[in-house]
Design a protein around this ligand. Structure first.
Ligand code: MG
Length: 389
């Protein structure tokens, strides 16, 4: 584990406990590896911490026999997978051991709470400036009964709270508390209190539900896709022009098309790929090709333009986006695009790593008007759609 945290800001780790069997949720596969709203429960939970700017590293504790194919990934934080124990307390201990000397504060979170939102994480971290521990909770507002089929009595709800995670602590204090603790604690607050640590209560969130039974998956899907507005849908556009010059072919969408002239450019001048690449960068708000591949850099002289497109596609995927659609319009009198459209579309789909049914390549002229009408060059425009579920 590298140490990128610099004082005076404390280094903050998220310890996500994902070593349980999750049998109450049904379905065979442990609940943390099951899909909800387009990705696994564990990936949603990791993503919530990965995108929070105060979190520096993530430790995910898994069962010894868990399938690595299920393990989530992180794009910003350092993510370490640690093998846990048979008990929750033992798994937390394994995660804390891995973090020793590598963090100042630790937020211990149940993997089955994928709806954790930034304000709750913020509140826990803020409270740790003045407390040894801090955890979110919701005041009990429903009446509480005691009973077994019939009501045998009521219980005063004053001062009662429904505990949530992440439960945050100063790492050295909670590590010592766990090492000194024996038995099977309900949660880490119980361990902290047994060691004499004070734990502040900060506001919890109804969306931070714990997936327990089969019905909770539908509730979680609703929260993850609507209530917290986490689905991110983006549209990007691109536009590019290259002038004709000497040559015997033009490159369009990675396909060489015979023509009496070539296209001028620093790279291979593939106006189609440049336009789609810029549309992806646009959707990501990441500038354009020139930002990432400066024309002043001689290493891109004559470069094949699929290099640029692959960079943009990887950047989108690294940020959790799926490219769902691309629509490219080529504007020229010649060469005639129609006979090559199928080949261009197939090549573009392959480079985008999506189905050909999600890729459109069409062509038009400007009725002999303007620079494309005078056959001075080729223009292109593109729209792409990116979705992060
Ligand atoms: Mg260009």
């Amino acid at each position: 584990m590298t140490d990128a945290c610099a004082p005076p800001r404390p280094c903050i780790a998220a310890l996500i406990v994902a070593a349980g069997r999750g049998v109450r949720a049904g379905g065979g596969l442990a609940k943390q590896w099951r899909p909800v709203a387009g990705k696994s429960v564990a990936q949603w939970t990791v993503d919530a911490f990965d995108r929070h700017p105060a979190i520096d590293r993530i430790v995910l504790v898994v069962a010894a026999d868990s399938d690595p194919a299920h393990w989530p990934h992180a794009s910003r934080c350092d993510l370490q997978i640690v093998i846990g124990a048979d008990t929750r307390g033992g798994s937390v201990m394994a995660g804390l051991d891995a973090l020793e000397h590598h963090a100042d504060l630790v937020l211990i979170h149940d993997v089955a709470r994928p709806g954790i939102a930034a304000p709750v994480i913020d509140a826990v971290i803020a409270a740790l400036a003045h407390h040894q521990g801090a955890a979110p909770a919701l005041a009990v507002t429903d009446a509480l009964w005691r009973g077994d089929g019939t009501v045998a009595g009521t219980v005063a709800r004053d001062g009662l709270w429904r505990a949530q995670t992440p439960q945050g602590f100063h790492l050295s204090a909670i590590l010592a508390a766990h090492r000194a603790h024996s038995g099977a604690p309900a949660d880490d607050v119980e361990v902290a209190r047994a060691a004499g640590l004070s734990v502040a209560i900060v506001p919890g969130d109804e969306a931070n539900l714990k997936i327990t039974g089969p019905g909770d998956f539908a509730r979680a899907a609703h929260i993850l896709t609507t209530e917290t507005g986490k689905m991110d849908i983006r549209t990007g556009n691109g536009f590019d022009v290259h002038a004709f010059g000497p040559g015997d072919h033009v490159m369009l969408c990675g396909v060489a098309i015979p023509h009496a002239r070539g296209l001028l450019g620093h790279s291979d001048a593939d106006v189609g790929l440049h336009t789609v690449t810029d549309a992806i960068y646009g959707a990501l708000a990441e500038g354009d090709i020139g930002t990432h591949f400066p024309p002043s850099d001689p290493q891109w002289k004559g470069a094949e333009s699929h290099i640029f497109l692959t960079h943009a596609v990887d950047m989108a995927r690294d940020r959790g986006f799926i490219i769902t659609h691309a629509d490219l319009t080529l504007i020229c009198e010649r060469p005639k695009i129609g006979p090559h459209a199928t080949a261009l579309r197939a090549r573009l789909a392959a480079l985008l790593r999506i189905g050909v049914d999600r890729v459109s390549v069409k062509a038009t002229t400007t009725e002999r008007l303007g620079f494309t009408g005078r056959e001075e060059g080729i223009a292109a425009m593109a729209t792409v759609t990116l979705v992060r579920p």
